[in-house]
Design a protein. Structure first.
Length: 302
């Protein structure tokens, strides 16, 4: 029996193979980046996927609003630049508060210029595990694609914002710029309050101890988990699902927030990540490992 003209076509099943997933991800390359009239005060929270983006969105918004939680979803008030048009968001419009802030997963050479940039880097093994768990059940049918295949064919292969490794290289080379604040996910976990202070200084916000304390408390994993509906980006997920003709799915962005989830990867997966690091980062950056990157960042900050 045919569907009535007013009825939407039935939603397709989510990918169950790597080839199907690649085709769906390819659609993201076709989403045009909206023209943005960048202001010098604008702030771009720039990360590879699952590297502290939502966490820093919450910190920035808390600092710019004196800790307001009066919003439905964080990515509607600090929009994802690449997905703004899918949600009908005018990136040039005033935001709920100043400075305007945007989330982005773009590498340096693609991000709009003329603003300020908070770049967060995370251990590739932990980023991989978190990214896989986020995609599992959202971008492909749950547990139909194994972690090892996902790492080899998706995580380490170029996408619309590049691989983890090419993304890191593009931003690492900008870390000494006055308009770039580079942060390490693991250092933020070790000194959460100190990271909030650094972000406040970078934004030029004269935050007193009360605001710093409130922002720190409201950006803890426990607080964000208790208010997870504000941080799961349901609108973004629904928009991308509609674009691909898929049924809606629930997200799990606030999942663990831990350091060290990648420690239990198989030896072959660790070797895959180590080989990619040596091939794509050791030569261009002179860094033999992520541990050496962290040590370099600590030394440059002291």
């Amino acid at each position: 029996m045919s569907h009535a003209a007013s009825e939407p076509p039935p939603a397709r099943a989510r990918p169950v193979t790597l080839d199907e997933l690649k085709k769906h991800l390819q659609n993201q390359k076709d989403v045009a980046l909206p023209p943005l009239e960048t202001r010098p005060s604008d702030v771009f929270i720039a990360t590879f996927s699952k590297s502290g983006t939502t966490w820093v969105q919450q910190i920035v918004h808390g600092l710019r609003t004196n800790g307001s939680m009066d919003f439905s979803e964080i990515s509607l008030i600090i929009p994802w630049y690449e997905a703004a048009e899918l949600l009908g968001i005018d990136v040039n419009a005033p935001q709920l508060a100043e400075p305007r802030a945007f989330k982005t997963h773009l590498p340096w050479y693609k991000v709009p210029k003329g603003g300020r940039y908070i770049y967060v880097v995370r251990d590739p093994a932990d980023a991989l595990v978190s990214y896989y768990h986020y995609m599992n059940g959202v971008m492909f049918e749950r547990d139909t694609i194994e972690l090892e295949a996902f790492c080899t064919e998706i995580f380490s292969r170029p996408k619309h914002f590049g691989t983890y490794f090419s993304h890191l290289q593009s931003w690492w080379e900008q870390r000494h710029r006055a308009d770039v604040l580079s942060l390490c996910f693991e250092e933020m976990k070790e000194d959460h309050a100190g990271a909030v202070r650094r972000i406040a200084r970078f934004l030029g916000i004269d935050a007193g101890e009360e605001l710093l304390s409130r922002t720190t408390q409201q950006s803890t994993f426990e607080f964000m988990l208790a208010h997870r509906d504000k941080f799961e980006d349901a609108s973004v997920t629904k928009a991308f699902s509609r674009m691909r003709g898929l049924s809606p799915a629930s997200t799990a962005k606030i999942r663990a927030g831990r350091v060290g989830d990648g420690a239990n990867l198989s030896a072959s997966l660790r070797a895959t990540l180590d080989d990619a690091w040596a091939r794509e980062l050791e030569g261009p950056l002179g860094l033999r490992s992520y541990a050496e990157l962290r040590a370099t960042m600590r030394g440059e900050r002291s």
